[in-house]
Design a protein around this ligand. Structure first.
Ligand code: SAH
Length: 241
């Protein structure tokens, strides 16, 4: 699948992801066409594969960014508030902002907060986004903010969120993130599988992570669903400086 969806330009990559039905929603397609991956992925930006961005982090593969947007799309309306945990390169934060801030000329005050625990990556995300005029404006208006913090605690200051995306594998389905969801709201999070309390990956078994989609319904009840297997870098303590 990876070679099939790659392209020689940003638009070609996104069109190929659309033809392969990895993107189904037209709004997701337009939001992704609106962000040039070359501003975020230093090498092979239009390849459908993860790329290193330094500090042990990667920009996820384009098809994973598609899955995240597709699962969250109903909660990404103009005016929605979103938290992007493990924002890394800032690419997905920018795509999410395109989905919630509406068309140029409309006044939807949607907002996306990107959190990463590595300050250098927070600076990188800011400077990546400043490479386009539109990205610069989103930051200047405060519609996108990048913050250095431990994402496992969420970001209470701007809660509740219509959508929370987690871009690194958590050891557990952190209850505080569910608390910070609006009702209705949706959390998209990769979580390590456990077997009798032991994480499969710590035993050398690969592929022990699954995406969980957690919905907080309008009446406050919570519904959790394990949707597919993935391989993300872990959500960890910040490295000591
Ligand atoms: N969505 C990003 C993914 C980056 S990789 C992208 O596509 O560019 C995962 C990121 O999670 C890394 O940048 C890493 O620094 C960050 N991370 C890991 N543990 C974290 C934590 N506890 N709090 C915040 N960010 C964390």
């Amino acid at each position: 699948m990876a070679w099939y969806c790659s392209g020689s330009t940003n638009t070609e990559l996104i069109e190929n992801l659309y033809k392969a039905r990895l993107i189904k929603n037209e709004r997701v397609k337009a939001a992704m066409i609106g962000v040039d991956r070359a501003h975020y992925a230093p090498t092979r930006p239009y390849s459908d594969s993860p790329q290193p961005i330094g500090h042990g982090a990667t920009i996820s593969a384009p098809h994973m960014h598609c899955h995240a947007c597709e699962y969250l799309i109903d909660y990404l309306q103009p005016g929605s508030r979103v938290l992007d945990i493990g924002s890394g390169s800032g690419y997905l934060t920018h795509v999410l902002a395109n989905l919630v801030t509406g068309r140029p000329g409309t006044s939807a005050p949607g907002q996306v907060i990107g959190i990463d625990h590595i300050p250098e990556l927070v600076d990188l995300a800011r400077s990546n986004m400043n490479k386009s005029e539109q990205g610069r404006q989103l930051q200047e208006s405060g519609q996108v903010k990048f913050i250095t913090a431990d994402g496992r605690l969420g970001w209470k200051e701007n809660a509740p969120y219509d959508a929370i995306h987690v871009g690194a594998a958590a050891e557990e389905l952190h209850p505080v993130l569910v608390e910070q969801l609006r009702a209705p709201g949706r959390l998209f999070i990769p979580v390590e599988s456990e077997n009798n309390g032991i994480h499969l990956s710590s035993l050398g078994f690969g592929g022990g992570q699954y995406i969980w989609v957690v919905d907080k319904k309008a009446d406050g009840t919570v519904h959790k669903e394990k949707v597919f297997q993935v391989s993300y870098v872990p959500l960890t303590d910040a490295p000591r400086s």
